[in-house]
Design a protein around this ligand. Sequence first.
Ligand SMILES: Nc1nc2c(c(=O)[nH]1)N[C@H]1C(S)=C(S)[C@@H](COP(=O)(O)OP(=O)(O)OC[C@H]3O[C@@H](n4cnc5c(=O)[nH]c(N)nc54)[C@H](O)[C@@H]3O)O[C@H]1N2
Ligand SMILES: Nc1nc2c(c(=O)[nH]1)N[C@H]1C(S)=C(S)[C@@H](COP(=O)(O)OP(=O)(O)OC[C@H]3O[C@@H](n4cnc5c(=O)[nH]c(N)nc54)[C@H](O)[C@@H]3O)O[C@H]1N2
Ligand code: SF4
Ligand SMILES: [Mo]
Length: 690
Amino acid sequence: MSETATDTHCPYCALQCGMGLRRTGGAVPVEVVERPGFPVNLGALCGKGSNAAAVLAPGARLTTPLVRVDGELRPAGWGEALDRIATELSATAAAHGRDAVGVFGGGGLTNEKAYLLGKFARVVLRTSTIDYNGRFCMSSAAAGGIRAFGLDRGLPFPVADIPKAGCVILVGGNPAETMPPFVRYLRELQDNGGTLIVVDPRRTRTAELADLHLAPRPGTDLALALGLLHLVVADGRTDEAFIAERTTGWPETRAAAMAHWPEHVEAVTGVPLPQLREAAGMFCAAETAMVLTARGPEQQAKGTDTVSAWINLCLATGNAGRPYAGYGCLTGQGNGQGGREHGQKADQLPGYRKLDDPAARAHVAAVWGVHPDSLPGPGPSAYELLDSLGTSVRSLLLMGSNPVVSAPHSTHIAERLRSLDFLAVSDVVLSETAALADVVLPVTQWAEETGTLTNLEGRVILRRKAVDAPPGVRSDLEVLHALAGRLGHGEGFDTDAEKVFEELRRASSGGAADYAGISYRRIAEQDGVFWPCPDGDHPGTPRLFLDRFATPDGRARFTPVQHRPAAEEPDAEYPVRLTTGRVLAQYQSGAQTRRVEALNAAAPGAFVELHPQLAERLGVADGDRVAVVSRRGRTVTPARLTTAIRPDTVFMPFHWPGEANANVHTNPALDPTSRMPEFKVCAVRLEAVA
Ligand SMILES: Nc1nc2c(c(=O)[nH]1)N[C@H]1C(S)=C(S)[C@@H](COP(=O)(O)OP(=O)(O)OC[C@H]3O[C@@H](n4cnc5c(=O)[nH]c(N)nc54)[C@H](O)[C@@H]3O)O[C@H]1N2
Ligand SMILES: Nc1nc2c(c(=O)[nH]1)N[C@H]1C(S)=C(S)[C@@H](COP(=O)(O)OP(=O)(O)OC[C@H]3O[C@@H](n4cnc5c(=O)[nH]c(N)nc54)[C@H](O)[C@@H]3O)O[C@H]1N2
Ligand code: SF4
Ligand SMILES: [Mo]
């Protein structure tokens, strides 16, 4: 009997491609089918999406709780596992204080889960120690956006607006591998006569499409943006009317840019001056233009200032606050956007409210039925939290992240996790981090549950349940409900996602990310609703800032910024820059995608990408094993030779654990504002391995 497909979305990245799921009755219980009607991807999926169902098979995933006994993880009942967690978390709080209990969340969690996890930390554990992996993802873009516009939403316009711009500068993003269906919008831009400039130290598949590719040294995007602004000012191409009417702070920013001579910028970035001039010319020639950043410029210890520098370029040329123009960030994880709006971030309450704002505390405390003074204050950022494990933080509840593979200086973080008194992990698979836990909880996945996520456009979409989970598996919401109950909070932790969403609507009401007018019914009827949407009659807000920016005076703020070197520059001992990122067929720490045969066939293992000139000096041929050595450790992987990378730079993807793990090397130097680690540049040397 053939059955109609359930409309839902891919479990992976922030594009949240629409897909259909049809039940099979087999070991892989559903198959992925096209959902051509969803406007963002129009039926297209990448290989991760089309193969997503494989991880639903019982053989690929966890189906029973595990509890560590005599040093080994053994199958256990849910009662025993939950009792153990509740007992250990209480014991830690009693012995070391409430902040010694930590919570670590993930940007892949639905809005409902992220909301309830934050509430669990603040109301049940009453700990300030909560943050999430989104800190490693878009935190610099968020900080830069708030600084300039008073609000952070990845893209302030729908993706379908991108082809209508005259010029797009894409800085440090490789959507041809990280969001393939998105590439259609870049192609349409060019078909419409618009130009695409890609800034990346590597000539990626995305850079191949560009009209102009700038290949700076990793970590020099801030200088590059200042150089472009300098050229724009020197050529008299600023939009003085826009600057006067809609911005503040231009004189200081103008002065800062004028101090950065293009010749100096050429020397710092390695981008030839004629290319800088060409880029500035293309950007200014367009009627409307956009700058889009992704992790390349953001994952730096100066990521926030770098984002500000690119926003300054937009503001100076009048490319903000009007249609088909502006600055946007391509968010990363499935719910990278919503995950930072509803309270799992160290400094935030639901609705993108600030935890240190008395009015915000009063509003949310009223929804939660607690006294505002009982809410803890802001806590440490993700890396600082992980770094303090085993010292000030003694027990950790982790939901939706695999930091053993994905955190910077990963060997250090693995050691910190091992030194905890107690670690509980809820996951769908036995990740490298779950393997270190004292208790592992097997939870339901995307196709087995309902919930909302907010995509890179700020569009709130609905994940629909298509199939029952195997017996023995429970949802994250059920986990939080059960733990809250054991810790004295029988009420206020619903297990029904829609009921949690109804509470989230009230908690977010009046906040910057206002979801009050969004309902499951409206999302289904409208193919998603864009926040802010303050009431049921409000249509939602696909385009932000058209009339005013979200600052107190309604004007966008310039921020004067200065270039500075990376936290770790090459020297005689470590002469090469290492940068890191992604490949098409693997997702993040690989916890899910390394369990999918088709994806492993396409991307079977780690490698280090280097230029033939560098390889020749080392005496290394394509495929040879090469050691990469940094101040933090050593990895051995095959060499992949390509002329597409700068000869002074090497690249490693971070999807694999162990001796191939790129994060053995990455430098946990943090951005002072966003607390983003410097994933995108550190110093290494390479050695041929016999
Ligand atoms: N296949 C796949 N897709 C994914 C993911 C995945 O793991 N795999 N993860 C998702 C998530 S969470 C995210 S955050 C996004 C990330 O999406 P992207 O930002 O597109 O991905 P990255 O590969 O991290 O980085 C993009 C590019 O930055 C370049 N780069 C490195 N250093 C620098 C630098 O200093 N300056 C500049 N300008 N560029 C630099 C790299 O060469 C790389 O090509 O992808 C999402 N989609
Ligand atoms: N060197 C280097 N390191 C990086 C980056 C880089 O560019 N370079 N990028 C950084 C970025 S942008 C990101 S976003 C991080 C991501 O890094 P991680 O946080 O490690 O991301 P994932 O691998 O997606 O881990 C998610 C885990 O949660 C599980 N999971 C999935 N869905 C659910 C759910 O609904 N509930 C529960 N309980 N578990 C679930 C998955 O099985 C997986 O084990 O990596 C960062 N690390
Ligand atoms: S682009 Fe992202 S959301 Fe779309 S199918 Fe691929 S991983 Fe899934
Ligand atoms: Mo990310």
